[in-house]
Design a protein around this ligand. Structure first.
Ligand SMILES: Cc1ncc(COP(=O)(O)O)c(C=O)c1O
Length: 396
């Protein structure tokens, strides 16, 4: 293919030049005497991205899924009760992992396209007078349906009921992109990965852990060799790791954190909101539906678009890929064939989104979906120009 491919999946995201260049270094000695002068500031700065002062952030070679396992294996024991909800592929897979670990899972099945069921969480937690629920799970941004849930409201419920359960949050497609306040929202474990908001290759499982959660490690009866928070803490305190760290990726992570700092977390969240609003304007103009049922759940990092019933969303994805080199996200689990997804997170600007929207329009025409060509792109163009922001060259 001549020209660039368009990566419009919700992770891996586009990698900034700075991150790529930071990893173009000779392999290094992770036990070198001066390695801590690199890792200690890195680990400290990572806390500012999670917005925790009293917690720690651990970096494991792995991916987001490893972070789910780290949360379970460090903090819980077989038979422990956890409260969860499934409303998409990723929230459901974390629930399945809890079941595989023989936890006693009280799961609430929610219509895909909705978010964490706050009323049901309130009822379940208020009925739990003996505090048998040890942890509450929240998937902050369900990447399969493009739904963002209200983590802060879950914390408020726990506080109002004076319930001591740990709050475990999947922030894989939100941290570094959406507003995320680990300390303020009283999150005990926040799970992320390197390939989304951190704009890096896949390969790091990045996990924020509160002080309360670190204390809870001592009561867990699961073995947790590889993901042990305690072993990691001991070595991280000296700037080292219990086993060979992905040092090259850590160099990329340094550049990624610097970029996030330069732009500022608030600016990043508002950029994501604006770019997402353009995608949503396009979806409306095409006359299609957003899989996220209500605006309060609309994700600013990914939009899942429902195709009209007689069409197969996979045909749109295949046409986009084969005819125009555009990668869109597929429908997963219950929404397979019904939705295609546009990822709009990470190192992204207006024209990159317009490229993806243009690719979607061509692919939809190829499969026969009826809409006015240019209507979605035009709606996004109008929104972006009406709300124009100064061009930041800081990241060049
Ligand atoms: C919300 C969410 N959680 C968890 C995961 C799993 O992460 P990974 O694929 O990095 O293991 C993903 C992956 O896309 C995700 O979007």
């Amino acid at each position: 293919m001549i020209g660039y491919k368009t990566l419009a999946v919700p992770g891996p995201t586009n990698m900034p030049n700075e991150v790529q260049r930071a990893m173009e270094v000779p392999l290094e000695d992770h036990r070198a005497p001066d390695f801590p002068s690199f890792t200690l500031p890195l680990l400290a700065d990572l806390k500012t991205i999670f917005r925790t002062e009293t917690g720690r952030v651990f970096v494991f070679p792995g991916s987001g899924t490893g972070g789910w396992e780290a949360a379970i294996s460090n903090l819980l024991s077989a038979g422990d009760k956890v409260l969860s909800s499934s409303f998409g592929q990723f929230s459901s897979l974390w629930v399945k992992m809890c079941q595989d670990f023989a936890l006693n899972v009280q799961n609430i099945d929610v219509t895909w396209g909705e978010g964490v069921p706050l009323d049901d969480y309130y009822l379940a937690l208020s009925a739990d007078k003996s505090h048998s629920i040890k942890a509450v799970l929240v998937c902050h941004n369900e990447t399969a349906t493009g739904v963002t849930s209200d983590v802060k409201a879950v914390r408020q419920i726990l506080d109002e009921l004076n319930h001591p359960a740990l709050l475990l949050v999947d922030g894989v497609s939100s941290i570094g992109s959406l507003e995320f306040r680990m300390e303020e929202w009283g999150i005990d474990v926040a799970v992320s990965g390197s390939q989304k908001g951190f704009m890096m290759p896949t390969g790091l499982s990045i996990v924020g852990v509160s002080k309360k959660a670190l204390e809870a490690c001592s009561t867990s009866r699961f073995p947790c060799g590889y993901f042990s928070f305690q072993e990691m803490t001991k070595m991280n305190e000296q700037g080292y790791f219990p086993y060979t760290p992905a040092a090259t990726l850590l160099r990329g992570l340094r550049a990624s954190i610097d970029l996030l700092h330069n732009e500022g977390l608030e600016n990043i969240a508002s950029r994501h909101h604006r770019l997402a609003a353009g995608v949503r304007a396009a979806v409306d103009a095409w006359g299609l539906e957003n899989c996220a049922i209500e605006p309060k759940w609309h994700s600013d990092t990914v939009t899942a678009i429902v195709v009209p019933e007689k069409y197969d969303a996979n045909d749109v994805i295949n046409a986009a890929y084969h005819n125009y080199g555009v990668s869109l996200g597929g429908g997963l689990g219950k929404v397979a064939g019904k939705v295609f997804r546009i990822g709009h997170l990470g190192w992204l600007n207006e024209t990159m989104v317009l490229r993806a929207l243009g690719g979607v329009e061509m692919a939809m025409r190829d499969v026969g979906i009826q809409f006015k060509a240019g209507s979605g792109v035009g709606a996004a163009v109008e929104l972006y120009t009406d709300t124009r922001q100064p061009l930041s060259l800081a990241a060049e």
